[in-house]
Design a protein around this ligand. Structure first.
Ligand SMILES: Nc1nc2c(c(=O)[nH]1)N[C@H]1C(S)=C(S)[C@@H](COP(=O)(O)OP(=O)(O)OC[C@H]3O[C@@H](n4cnc5c(=O)[nH]c(N)nc54)[C@H](O)[C@@H]3O)O[C@H]1N2
Ligand SMILES: Nc1nc2c(c(=O)[nH]1)N[C@H]1C(S)=C(S)[C@@H](COP(=O)(O)OP(=O)(O)OC[C@H]3O[C@@H](n4cnc5c(=O)[nH]c(N)nc54)[C@H](O)[C@@H]3O)O[C@H]1N2
Ligand code: SF4
Ligand SMILES: [Mo]
Length: 885
């Protein structure tokens, strides 16, 4: 007997439908839902690996107070009484919630209702502040509401797709696959990628604009100025549906071509080519993500883009429009419930007294927040200086993901009362919790999420509840009841919360607000179980259909018109003495944020197993950094140490470091410790992509690589990075001085019992040293040390953890650190679905497979989720180019 459940992927904002299957033996497998309109059956590498990340390893299963297990009653009473006392003594603004775009809409709705309608403060903010708030601010400026006008289909229907500040191939892989398929079917379609780095996404671009960091405002101002002299301008649309064109045009045309070249760092030929392409193509979609939002000029970037779409009337029609790609699975749902400190519920405005009154009446609440609360960066400043005295963090890991992360950690240490709801017991943030609450995770919890194209889908539970874990909404609602608001928080189910949320969206709406899902206001538990994915709006009395906004105007400013925004190019001159580099941070293909879930999968960890900094070869040479050496990055806020990845994909003067590694996976790679807490003046979103830093070679005496059957906790050495591997862990190491006794060092780190003697080898001349510890015929741990970065074949060494070593010869092969005759090291994993390494792909290319399809036929690589196809193409191109030289 097996069961199948239709649910939604918990990772990115694409919001792919997933079918989870539990077979007769209780094994879980996942596949893409062919009927889901976001993915039509596709999944990326992270989605495909979901079944590998649902084990209970490291989960928190019972509530804890001060590190001791306690009952739910005790934990919840403490939270409620401490929040009530703090409010009574210091007022409602002395408490705060910091929540997440990974909460389900129902969780988020209850948290927002409790803080804004019953505590009476707007001190609820979310990690969406770090993610989508510049888009929200830009949308509200231009449209009068936070509306994403288009649908995914538009990206397929367009003749020109502009991807700016988006590494779509790695971060929204299923939209990337849909785009790549559309381009393959219609080769005339053009793709422009605007990104300072040459990313995997740039590989399918007809034009890659390697823009200067934060040159986007100038680039799109220049585009508006260019368009206004052309037939692309839609005077009719501008006249009927917008205001402020003349002012925006005047501001845009103030930039000379010389200034544009300086601000964007692009040659005039490329600027002209891009401007002409936009001018001549009616069906154009501009997709943007964190290279736009996470900037001190993020809101202006969004408006500079929207200005160009309004000026050409290219919005809300098939194949046309600005398109904000949302990051988290429920970034949109969070905005719908008003989870940001400057919003109210159901897309109503906190500054608007009528909206405040309306929400208060609907909730029948004693108070309502009437002014915006503190935005994330300011919220943690208020925690640090004691204005906020009680904080509840839910489904986010701010000690890793907030800028100036060491200061955030210090604020949490100083805060008198910290509550954390998480699925894991040990994270960089849970260590500061006075009360730690176990939450249900993906597959266990039940609710809805909204994806980038406004499509609401169900996440359904199909796993049993681990330990005493509880839904996040239940935790919030229980505390609400215990604070004396039982009437408003006695929800019987997620469905009841969803119905209330839908009813509020329709309450006194009558078309005045974009977000209206009144058709679902009567949803019963049974309806909710059967709910099919649908796009909003869906007002009462209507059925689900494909929806777009603003084709015929209908904006949400009082006069129904959109606003052009007159923008002034930011001053990019940054004279930061001694900080010559620009630090850019972001994502890699197979890790999700702070790695609490994807870090559990050996397959996903094999793609890139270590934190790194991309450095241009010339910069590396000037710093004396060779490939695979270590680099230290420093700002006035903090330091990080990561591996150097020398590549000409990176521009000179810039470094790119992934945001993922944290204190559980590496010694000193929390890159947000280095990131300055600089924010966009309107949205409050941190500028995580353009940080002034210094960089230098990190001196070490020895490099090491180890494999271990058990997980070493925080190895005792200057640098380490752990990654999950089949059968154990792989560990990259560096030492600032050799330990007194290498063998003893291994025993301590890898917990080797005294009765096991190492098999060893040391070469005094080269400085190479190898040690292997066998427990019976199993390898318990092996260490490889060298004076240079260790060259041992990683995947082969990892394999030794799972193969039996009864023959003594095999044991010596481990010490020798190389595969035996006839065995090839597969090399770093490229295709995580079929665990195919780079060396295998290179061998296939050499034997005549010269296309991605041919490699796929030979090795299966790239034939399942397709996330690695861009990399395979890069390897083929690289091999063929090398062969031609
Ligand atoms: N694999 C994976 N996928 C994810 C996530 C993940 O953790 N892992 N997280 C999800 C979330 S929450 C989010 S928000 C999205 C983010 O998705 P993306 O925004 O696509 O990802 P990032 O890597 O943060 O940044 C995108 C690109 O912006 C570029 N950039 C930097 N500065 C500038 C600039 O000034 N101008 C321009 N035009 N570009 C610039 C960077 O070089 C980078 O390649 O991804 C989602 N998907
Ligand atoms: N330098 C730099 N910093 C960045 C970014 C960047 O590009 N550069 N990007 C920013 C962006 S866009 C984002 S979205 C943030 C993301 O940053 P975070 O939100 O901090 O990252 P996550 O690792 O997703 O944290 C989610 C936490 O919730 C837990 N969790 C998982 N499921 C559940 C659940 O169902 N309930 C509860 N209660 N907990 C759960 C996880 O174990 C984890 O601890 O990072 C931001 N920070
Ligand atoms: S693209 Fe990948 S991570 Fe994003 S929702 Fe789909 S399967 Fe999940
Ligand atoms: Mo995000």
């Amino acid at each position: 007997m097996s069961t199948e459940t239709k649910t939604t992927c918990p990772y990115c904002g694409v919001g792919c439908g997933v079918i989870a299957k539990i077979d007769g033996a209780g094994m879980v497998s996942v596949k893409g839902d062919p009927d889901h309109p976001a993915n039509f059956g596709r999944l990326c590498s992270k989605g495909s690996a979901l079944a590998e990340t649902i084990d209970l390893d490291g989960r928190i299963l019972h509530p804890q107070v001060d590190g001791q297990r306690t009952s739910w009653d005790d934990a919840l009473d403490r939270v409620a009484s401490r929040f009530s006392q703090t409010i009574a003594r210091h007022g409602p603004d002395s408490v705060a919630f910091y929540v997440s775009g990974q909460l389900l809409t129902e969780d988020y709705y209850v948290a927002n209702k409790l803080m804004k309608g019953f505590i009476g403060s707007a001190n609820i903010d979310t990690n969406s502040r770090l993610c989508m708030s510049s888009s929200v601010a830009g949308h509200k400026h231009a449209f009068g509401a936070d509306t994403v006008p288009g649908t995914y289909e538009d990206i397929e229907l367009a003749d020109l797709v502009i991807l700016t500040g988006s590494n779509l191939a790695w971060c929204h892989p299923v939209i990337y696959q849909r785009l790549a398929a559309a381009k393959a079917a219609r080769p005339g379609m053009k793709i422009v990628v605007i990104d300072p780095r040459r990313t995997m996404t740039a590989d399918i671009a007809d034009l890659h604009l390697a823009i200067r960091p934060d040159g986007d405002v100038a680039l799109f101002m220049g585009l508006l100025a260019h368009l206004s002299g052309t037939a692309a301008i839609d005077q009719n649309y501008i006249g009927k549906h917008t205001k402020g064109f003349a002012e925006a045009f005047a501001a845009a045309s103030a930039l000379s071509i010389a200034k544009l070249m300086e601000l964007t760092g692009l040659p005039s030929m490329q600027l002209r080519q891009f401007y002409r392409l936009f001018e001549e193509t009616e069906k154009v979609v501009t997709c943007y993500s964190q290279g736009v939002n996470q900037s001190a000029s993020g809101t202006d970037k969004v408006n500079a883009i929207i200005n160009c779409h309004l000026a050409t009337g290219r919005i809300g029609r098939p194949g046309m429009g600005p398109f904000s790609l949302t990051g988290q699975p429920n970034a949109m749902g969070g905005r719908e419930v008003g989870g940001l400190a400057n919003m109210l519920a159901a897309h109503m405005a906190i500054e608007n007294p009528e909206d405040c009154g309306r929400v208060q009446r609907f909730w029948a609440s004693p108070v309502i927040a009437r002014k915006p609360g503190l935005k994330a960066v300011d919220m943690f400043r208020a925690v640090a200086d004691g204005r906020i005295k009680a904080l509840w963090i839910m489904a986010t890991n701010p000690a890793v993901s907030m800028p100036d992360a060491d200061a955030v950690a210090a604020a949490l240490t100083a805060c008198p009362f910290v509550v954390v709801s998480d699925v894991l017991e040990k994270t960089d943030t849970t260590q500061y919790a006075h009360v730690l609450l176990p939450s249900l995770g993906w597959g266990e919890k039940d609710g809805t999420v909204t994806n980038s194209e406004r499509r609401i889908s169900r996440q359904r539970d199909f796993l049993s509840t681990p330990g005493e874990a509880k839904a996040d909404w239940w935790q919030m609602a229980e505390v609400g009841c215990r604070m004396g608001f039982a009437g408003a928080f006695s929800f019987s189910s997620a469905a009841a919360i969803f119905a209330e949320h839908a009813a509020l969206s329709a309450f006194e709406n009558g078309g005045s607000r974009d977000f209206d899902i009144g058709a679902h206001a009567q949803t019963s538990d049974e309806d909710y179980d059967a709910l099919m994915p649908f796009q909003w709006p869906q007002p009462r009395g209507t059925t689900a259909k494909q929806t777009r906004f603003f084709c015929d105007g209908g904006f949400y400013h009082a006069d129904g018109k959109a606003r052009f925004i007159a923008i002034h190019a930011p001053v990019t001159d940054r004279t930061s003495a001694g900080l010559p580099f620009t630090l850019n941070t972001g994502r890699i293909r197979d890790q999700w944020h702070t790695m609490t879930r994807t870090g559990k999968s050996a397959r996903l960890s094999a793609h890139i197993a270590e934190p790194f900094a991309e450095i241009h070869p010339r910069d590396a040479m000037e710093m004396g950094i060779t490939s695979a050496a270590l680099v230290e990055i420093e700002s006035p806020y903090g330091k990080a140490v990561v591996r150097a990845l020398v590549t000409d994909r990176q521009a000179r003067g810039s470094l790119f470091v992934p945001m993922h590694w944290n204190g559980q996976f590496s010694a000193k790679a929390r890159i947000d410790a280095v990131v300055a807490p600089v924010t966009d003046p309107v949205s409050g979103q941190p500028a995580s992509k353009n940080i002034a830093v210094a960089a230098r070679s990190f001196a070490v005496s020895h490099y090491g690589f180890a494999v271990s059957a058990i997980k070493p906790e925080h190895p005792d050495t200057a640098y380490w990075a752990l990654a999950k591997a089949d059968g154990g862990w792989r560990i990259e190491l560096a030492f600032d001085a050799a330990p007194q006794d290498w063998s003893e060092w291994c025993r301590m780190q890898f917990n080797i019992p005294a009765h096991i003697d190492p098999l060893g080898y040391a070469d005094a001349q080269s400085g190479d040293l190898r040690l292997a510890f066998f427990d019976g015929d199993r390898l318990a741990a092996a260490l490889f040390v060298a004076l240079q970065p260790v060259a041992v074949a990683r995947n082969w060494a990892i394999e030794q953890l799972t193969v039996p070593h009864s023959e003594i010869g095999k044991r010596f092969a481990v010490v020798a650190g190389r595969p035996g005759a006839g065995r090839m090291d597969p090399g770093a994993t490229v295709c995580s679905c079929f665990s195919v390494g780079i060396n295998q792909i290179v061998a296939a290319v050499r034997s005549g497979c010269h296309s991605v399809e041919a490699v796929g036929r030979d090795l299966n690589a790239g034939t399942n989720c397709g996330s690695c196809r861009a990399e395979i193409r890069g390897i083929i191109d690289g091999c063929l180019a090398a062969a031609a030289e």
